[in-house]
Design a protein around this ligand. Structure first.
Ligand code: S3P
Length: 213
């Protein structure tokens, strides 16, 4: 029998039985991936606000766990030590999502490129979104952030090195479940596109007076 073919057939009244299925609750978990300057943090924050869920930057978790900044880890222990810390932080973050936590997580630019991280993310079933923009725009954004806020990115060196690294990584990023362009677009517009495409719904918050916001 074809699925749904009995839709118009007259139904016999059935006694009410409690449903065996647990009530479905919205789980808005998403991982944002992509190169430095792609907007993972700003889009992630906007998406979190739009959906009423928590936002986390994995680099912040790494810094809290390691007790030093990303730049310090690179400087004192090298990139391989940073990747170890990054993988451990990702495992931890994924374990916390097991209970169905609604959370948007931005990964650092190299995280999804590491095969073992991509495998962990795939096994978790949580959607990954590749934020992309023309490499010159990524470079301009990172350079501006470095001069305006002193943002330290150990792998931001020269324009040529930046472009080459982007080219090397692009294929890995494109394995994400969804790809969204951020070039020349407002953060809110990008967040709205992700929510719409993944069918993410705003989580209703209850105020102290019990009203649903
Ligand atoms: C890195 C990107 C950084 C940070 C670290 C390594 C990379 O994060 O994780 O410096 O390998 O591209 P952002 O992409 O948020 O700058």
């Amino acid at each position: 029998m074809k699925k749904g073919s009995g839709k118009t057939a007259k139904r016999q009244a059935q006694p009410q039985r409690p449903s065996a299925k647990p009530a479905r609750r919205p789980v808005n978990a998403v991982f944002l991936v992509g190169f430095m300057g792609a907007g993972k943090t700003s889009v992630g924050r906007a998406l979190g606000q739009r959906l009423n869920c928590i936002f986390e930057d994995l680099d912040d978790r790494i810094e809290a766990r390691e007790g030093r900044t990303v730049a310090e880890i690179f400087r004192d222990a090298g990139e391989s030590e940073f990747r170890r810390a990054e993988h451990a932080a990702l495992e931890h973050a994924l374990a916390e999502l097991q209970g169905g936590v609604a959370k948007i997580t931005a990964l650092g630019g190299g995280a999804f490129v590491q095969k073992e991280n991509a495998a962990l993310l795939k096994a978790s079933g949580v959607p990954t979104v590749f934020l992309d923009a023309p490499v010159e725009e990524l470079w301009q954004r990172c350079s501006r952030q470095a001069s305006e806020s002193g943002a330290e990115r150990p792998l931001l060196q020269s324009r040529e090195q930046f472009r080459k690294l982007y080219e090397t990584r692009r294929r890995s990023y494109s394995k994400a479940a969804l790809q969204v362009q951020t070039g020349g677009r407002p953060v809110e517009e990008v967040a709205a596109e992700i929510a719409r495409t993944l069918g993410l719904k705003k989580i209703a918050l209850r105020s102290e007076q019990g009203e649903v916001e």
